[in-house]
Ligand binder design. Structure first.
Ligand SMILES: Nc1ncnc2c1ncn2[C@@H]1O[C@H](COP(=O)(O)OP(=O)(O)OP(=O)(O)O)[C@@H](O)[C@H]1O
Length: 621
């Protein structure tokens, strides 16, 4: 997933140079297969526009589908080392939120979800001159992974391209379109982004340049290239998806790819993990259970988060207590950053630029308004590059979450069943193709033992994976064994130590900041008394030290899963700290507890499939 070399050193092929070295106002659609260098060409195109075409970084917009892809583009831009690092690289929802906050700061969109904000921004761009003005003057728009643009996101991009007077570069691989499930109509699901492609060709036909890339540059070992021949057919709407899915499965079922049963494969996985390696699962439920198993066998790894899950690093919380003023000078902030970023991947200049970006950049260049930064954090308007994650080289992920990423070794879990449904056949075949086109060197397959995933299901009411008794007989129906924990499950409104358990909040904060808790095991211990509102929860314990309590949304989900009248598990085990993160809580709680004026502190973000440990008399019948 991480390239060590600089993108700037790569010698471009003629086809890539054709894409990269176009004028600023060129309108171009690039359709090319997996690993052919679309992302690399995107990064080099940006460098070319800035350095050779004298474009201004502020007038270039890069839109990408997922935060993983944004992170990848960002990292590559930083490595390219040019002024590219100042280009605005955004996911659709973050750009939509920016438009709304600039053109309609008090609008009702504030309470809308991601899709709602994208719809609201599209509407605003169509109907409001001020909003339209924000995109009209863009010199160039780059959109990555166009094949995934369906529904609201497709409409959003259409209006941006329609209003814009500059050039654009759209890059995609229709064979990798795996977000068709967002559409309701089955014919549309198979078509995926074909409607957007047709619109672009029709709207810009006079001056649209179409281009392709023919060689897979990712693979270094032939064994990683078995999926390539299927790419062209998979990109069509009328392909024989059933046959392709069957053929892809056959490739994976090749004995040479087979790592065998999980127990036997463990030492091999641990060895492979010396290099960037991904284990790709079809569902997050599988990923959670596999992660649990790997932890049990001391194989260190990271569970790939949903792209919507963003954790702000520990050093950000420290900013709010480091200075005796709410508007520290740049020099003071920079020396704080120097002291805290020594072991971090974020570089000093980038950290300052990000903070100033959160500051609105309008203010005095030589100071930071912590109040504005705090309110951006509270609104979750966080630059994608600020997001922190565990840097482990072994990643356990769903295929969807691994899109746009690459790894030296990829292990695909469960190639999926052949389906009779044409929509599923198309989606399954493309999903398998995405998974199988991620490796540079090795493509392998792993079987999960059936008992690992037995009883695993998605509880759609709470939108979490759960583990129950697999039996269908009546007496088993209420047996509950575990529940997925989500990022918002640790209470953030008050500093730990002030509700649920009593400890000096400063002591807990110091513990969170100083212990290296990433991937550490934690247990949830039931609090037996209800609070004044009838809520009960769990204390989060690390090695016997209380570091947080669970949130109300966790309590609600747990109640839904185990039933309102049932006894609660005494403990919930097998959870890990994903990372310690900066969160925004209540200002009143901050003042009451001597935690400064902003209500910003640390909490552990947990991950995993919690295992219920019931009171001795047994779990609820
Ligand atoms: N001309 C080149 N020389 C050497 N390496 C290259 C070249 N072009 C691309 N690469 C490398 O090939 C790999 C794949 O490129 P990239 O990720 O840009 O492909 P992509 O088309 O975006 O892939 P996908 O659609 O599968 O996500 C990267 O590691 C990239 O650095």
């Amino acid at each position: 997933m991480t390239n060590t070399g600089s993108t700037a050193d790569v010698i471009l092929s003629d086809e890539q140079r054709y894409i990269v070295e176009r004028d600023l106002d060129t309108r171009m659609l690039v359709t090319a297969g997996a690993g052919t260098g679309k992302t690399l060409s995107l990064v080099r195109r940006l460098a070319f526009l800035l350095e050779e075409e004298a474009a201004s970084a502020a007038d270039i917009l890069v839109l990408s589908y997922s935060r993983a892809a944004v992170r990848e583009v960002r990292e590559r831009l930083s490595r390219a080392g040019s002024s590219g690092r100042h280009v605005d690289v955004r996911t659709f929802d973050s750009y939509a939120t920016w438009i709304l906050s600039e053109a309609d700061p008090d609008g009702s969109w504030q309470t809308a979800g991601y899709d709602g904000r994208i719809r609201a921004a599209t509407h605003l761009l169509r109907t409001d001159e001020n909003a339209a003005g924000l995109v009209e003057d863009l010199q160039h728009v780059v959109v990555d992974e166009v094949q995934d643009l369906v529904g609201d996101r497709a409409e959003f991009v259409k209006v941006i391209l329609d209003l814009g007077e500059g050039g654009f570069t759209l890059l995609g691989d229709p064979a990798q379109g795996i977000y068709g499930f967002l559409l309701v109509d089955s014919a549309e699901r198979i078509r995926g982004a074909a409607a957007l492609y047709a619109w672009v060709r029709d709207r810009f036909h006079e001056d649209l340049i179409e281009s392709t890339l023919s060689h897979n540059r990712r693979v270094r070992d032939n064994r990683a290239e078995v999926a390539r021949p299927f790419g062209a057919a998979l990109g069509r709407v009328d392909a024989d998806f059933a046959a392709i899915q069957r053929d892809l499965r056959t490739c994976l079922l090749d004995p040479d790819c087979h790592l065998g049963a999980l127990d036997d494969a463990l030492p091999v996985i641990a060895d492979l993990a010396a290099a960037p390696t991904a284990v790709l699962c079809r569902t997050n439920g599988q990923a959670l259970r596999l992660s649990e198993y790997l932890h049990e066998h001391s194989v260190g790894h990271r569970l790939q988060r949903s792209g919507l899950d963003r954790a702000v690093p520990v050093w950000v919380a420290g900013l709010f207590t480091a200075f005796g003023t709410t508007r520290p000078a740049k020099d003071a902030v920079v020396s704080y950053l120097e002291s805290v970023l020594r072991d971090e991947t974020t570089d000093l200049q980038q950290a300052w630029t990000l903070l100033k970006r959160m500051n609105g950049n309008r203010d005095n260049r030589n100071s930071l308004d912590l109040g504005t930064v705090a309110s951006r954090l509270a609104q979750r308007r966080i630059p994608d590059e600020l997001v922190t994650q565990n840097p482990s080289s072994l990643v356990v992920s769903t295929i969807h979450r691994a899109k746009g990423l690459e790894f030296d070794n990829v292990i695909v879990v469960d190639p999926g069943e052949a389906s009779d449904d044409p929509v599923e056949q198309a989606e399954e075949a493309r999903l398998l193709y995405v998974a199988m086109s991620r490796p540079r060197d090795l493509l392998l397959r792993l079987e999960l033992p059936p008992d690992l995933t037995r009883g695993l299901r998605k509880n759609s009411e709470i939108d979490r994976w759960v583990k129950r008794h697999p039996g269908r007989q009546r007496q088993f129906l209420s047996r509950r064994y575990g529940m997925e924990i989500l990022s918002e499950d640790v209470h953030a409104d008050d500093p730990a130590g002030t509700v649920g358990f009593t400890e000096s909040p400063h002591t807990v904060q110091q513990y969170l900041a100083s212990q290296s808790l990433t991937a550490a095991p934690v247990t949830l211990i039931r609090i037996n008394e209800e609070d004044g509102n009838g809520h009960r929860g769990y204390v989060v314990e690390h090695e016997g030290v209380a570091v947080g309590i669970t949130s109300e949304s966790f309590t609600w989900a747990l109640r839904k899963e185990i039933g309102w009248n049932h006894e609660w598990p005494e403990r919930i085990e097998n959870l890990r700290v994903d990372c310690v993160e900066t969160v925004v809580g209540s200002e009143a709680a901050a003042l009451n507890n001597g935690m400064g004026p902003f209500g910003i502190w640390l909490r552990p973000r947990l991950v995993g499939m919690g295992r219920f440990a019931w009171p001795k008399k047994g779990q609820p019948a």
